[in-house]
Design a protein around this ligand. Structure first.
Ligand code: DAT
Length: 159
């Protein structure tokens, strides 16, 4: 099963994706690393702009079947389930400030979290979207919640 872990920067995607991949015995892939390795996207200022259609096509052809895909663009890749991680916008702000994000970038991402930006995008891309609130939970608790929700989701899809 291919699982995308998406959400606003700072919600905990990388932490949860790596743990989940380990828990399921799946491969872990980061969209950012994949794009760099495959020469997808072009540098615009200090950011990399990624063509999501190109990303989706190349990733679909290249990655394996049992994989956890980490990244705020992962919901554009053809997958069985998209997990949208959510966190209290205050936590997002705190984590991005710790990461030395510019004030403007912190503001943009906090706003994105407040208006459900990634959730809305994900729902437009995939029928199997699961939203998980991470606030006040340990990464291990979040992973167990995801495993449980996936089991339920798979059963619903089959039955
Ligand atoms: P993302 O990949 O969404 O940008 P991350 O996994 O890099 O996020 O996590 C950002 C920071 O927050 C990092 O220092 C680890 C920490 N973190 C992630 N999930 C957490 C959780 N559930 N509880 C406490 N800290 C967490």
């Amino acid at each position: 099963m291919r699982i995308a872990i998406t959400g606003t920067p700072g919600v905990g995607k990388t932490t949860v994706s790596k743990l989940l991949a380990g828990r399921l015995g799946y491969e872990y892939t980061s969209v950012k690393d994949f794009a760099v390795e495959h020469g997808i996207g072009k540098r615009v200022g200090d950011e990399i702009e990624i063509d999501v259609d190109e990303l989706a096509e190349i990733m679909d052809e290249t990655i394996g079947k049992n994989v956890v895909i980490d990244g705020h663009l992962s919901h554009y890749v053809p997958v069985d389930f998209v997990i949208v991680l959510r966190a209290d916008p205050k936590i997002v702000a705190q984590r991005l400030i710790e990461r030395d994000y510019l004030k403007k970038k912190v503001g943009e991402n906090v706003e994105a979290e407040l208006i459900d930006e990634i959730l809305v995008e994900a729902l437009e891309e995939n029928e199997n979207v699961i939203e998980v609130d991470t606030t006040g939970k340990t990464p291990e608790e979040i992973v167990e919640e995801i495993v449980h929700l996936l089991e339920g989701g798979v059963k619903r899809r089959v039955g």
